[in-house]
Ligand binder design. Structure first.
Ligand code: SAH
Ligand code: SF4
Ligand code: F3S
Length: 488
């Protein structure tokens, strides 16, 4: 069964590589017509997984012969959408409207839309109906067919003309078994990379749209993942982030099951990989074997993102999170006990259906007891088709009151834990030039804290021992004392 599946994956990959060859020819024709190299722009929304998908889209477009443009005035513009909260949807429609203005002055321009929003029929219908300038629509399950779709966009526009509605390419799948990973990738950073270890989610938290738009859990074969990371390491990548909606269930669906702890250990032992991160472990099934692997490998980041969502047992049950407040606290404190210096960060939702001030009190109690190092607080957003959408909703002013209280509790907690690092020397990866301050580099500690220090571009991608001199609340200013080749 597995073998047949791998053969199908390989066959599809070969097909797409052929399309990519044809894309190159079409791009050359376009280049002759425009009298310059055609440009592309990928606009990305959403999580780390979408960011990784965006790198694949860029990879295909640059392999096809386009060069990257800084904004949506490019010849090929693609929007990789997110639908986890309503504001992500609104943001996308705003940007799409703006791109249409560019198209008026550049008739050769093509606009494509893909990603999680396209897995919802209502959005595809809306684009078909009211956005005639969109040339290509596809979803999350068939992203690997992008080379083929690109080809059809070129062909249809020759066949039907640039504005006829018959030219438009639309293909959205309900699901897929295929895992096609070896298409070109254009990494945003040369020294770090995300790696998909699995796709989809089986948890169906009652507020969440992700299982509907990303399908069921599918793990990649460990040897494929290791091979990809070894290649990245040879290419100069020093930090990897293993990506999955619930990494704790990695490997359960493979013919020869593997645990996430085993995979993480193997990745941490790859030559040249100096820092390993992962996202996201679900608190319902985090286990000690994972914490042991982290504790034993200093190159695994001292950071666990551990989404709480709510501290109230009543709300957790309605959210279908499958842990209680006390179980969560016990597991978080176990992380602190087994991994000295670890930072624990979290996600919290304010205003879930039925949440009252007493539930918020419970959440604040968890914030105080776990002492989160950082937290994202989101206002609950009703997602059509999820169970929580049909539960009685909380009035806006009650949501706001709860949100504000949670926010000030997490800010206090984050300020305290950042402050505790004052005066220490810790290892930072120099990540980029500081956008605001000339002559400064922005670095990141293993525990995910940001530190800015004097330096130049030649330092980017290397590790430095940095003194944390000046605490600015949630980040530091410091000095790079020496390079640290080991990375920890
Ligand atoms: N798989 C990850 C989360 C992915 S979504 C996990 O289980 O933790 C990222 C975050 O978005 C979630 O942790 C949650 O806090 C938030 N989120 C998801 N759906 C939401 C909704 N409908 N409204 C508000 N926040 C939501
Ligand atoms: Fe959404 Fe829950 Fe799956 Fe995370 S675990 S993606 S919150 S359903
Ligand atoms: Fe958004 Fe899809 Fe990620 S809905 S959060 S981009 S999985």
């Amino acid at each position: 069964m597995q073998n047949l599946k791998l053969i199908a994956d390989e066959k599809e990959l070969a097909r797409q590589k052929e399309f990519l060859q044809r894309d190159r020819e079409y791009t050359q024709e376009l280049e002759a017509q425009l009298g310059r190299t055609p440009t592309y722009h990928v606009t990305n929304f959403g999580c780390q997984m979408n960011a990784r998908d965006a790198e694949k889209l860029s990879g295909v477009l640059s392999e096809a012969g386009f060069t990257e443009a800084p904004d949506e005035s490019a010849d090929f513009v693609i929007f990789n959408t997110c639908t986890v909260r309503d504001n992500a949807d609104q943001h996308f429609y705003g940007r799409l409207g703006r791109a249409s203005h560019y198209k008026k002055s550049n008739p050769a321009m093509k606009i494509a839309v893909c990603g999680c929003m396209m897995q919802e029929k209502c959005n595809v219908d809306k684009l078909r109906r009211s956005y005639p300038y969109v040339d290509l629509i596809f979803g999350t399950h068939n992203l690997f067919r992008f080379p083929e779709y690109l080809c059809r966009v070129f062909e249809n526009s020759q066949k039907y003309g640039a504005s006829a509605s018959a030219r438009r390419v639309v293909d959205v799948w309900e699901s897929t078994d295929l895992i096609v990973e070896d298409l070109p990738v254009e990494r945003r950073y040369r020294y770090k990379s995300g790696i998909n270890i699995m796709f989809g989610c089986n948890n169906f938290c009652s507020y969440c749209i992700v299982p509907y738009v990303r399908g069921r859990e599918r793990s990649r074969e460990p040897k494929e993942i290791i091979r990809e990371i070894e290649k990245l390491a040879q290419d100069g990548v020093v930090e990897v982030m293993l990506l999955g909606q619930n990494v704790n269930s990695y490997g359960k669906d493979l013919e020869q099951p593997v645990t996430f702890a085993d995979l993480l250990q193997e990745v941490a032992e790859i030559d040249g990989i100096k820092r390993v991160r992962f996202m996201t472990p679900h608190p319902k099934d985090i286990r000690e074997d994972l914490l042991e692997v982290i504790a034993q490998h200093p190159n695994i980041a001292r950071h666990v993102h551990f989404p709480l969502q709510s501290g109230s047992d009543r709300i957790l049950k309605k959210m279908n999170r499958r842990y209680t407040k006390e179980q969560y606290i016990e597991r978080a404190l176990k992380i602190r006990e087994m991994i000295p210096d670890v930072a624990i960060t979290t996600d919290i939702i304010a205003g879930f259906p039925g949440e009252g001030p007493e539930d918020v009190d419970e959440t604040i109690d968890v914030i105080k007891r776990v002492r989160f190092d950082n937290a994202y607080t989101f206002i609950y957003s009703k997602r059509t088709g999820t169970p929580a959408a049909s539960m009685p909703q909380v009035p806006e002013e009650v949501v706001k009151e709860g949100f504000d209280r949670i926010l000030s509790a997490v800010q206090e907690s984050a300020r305290n834990s950042t402050g505790a690092l004052q005066g220490r020397v810790m290892t930072a990866l120099a990540e980029e030039k500081n956008q605001q301050m000339d002559g400064y580099i922005t670095g990141r500690l293993s525990n995910n804290t940001i530190v800015h220090f004097p330096g130049d571009e030649s330092m980017i991608g290397k590790f430095y021992d940095v003194s944390l001199d000046d605490n600015k609340g949630f980040y530091y200013f410091g000095k790079a004392l020496r390079e640290n080749e080991r990375g920890y």
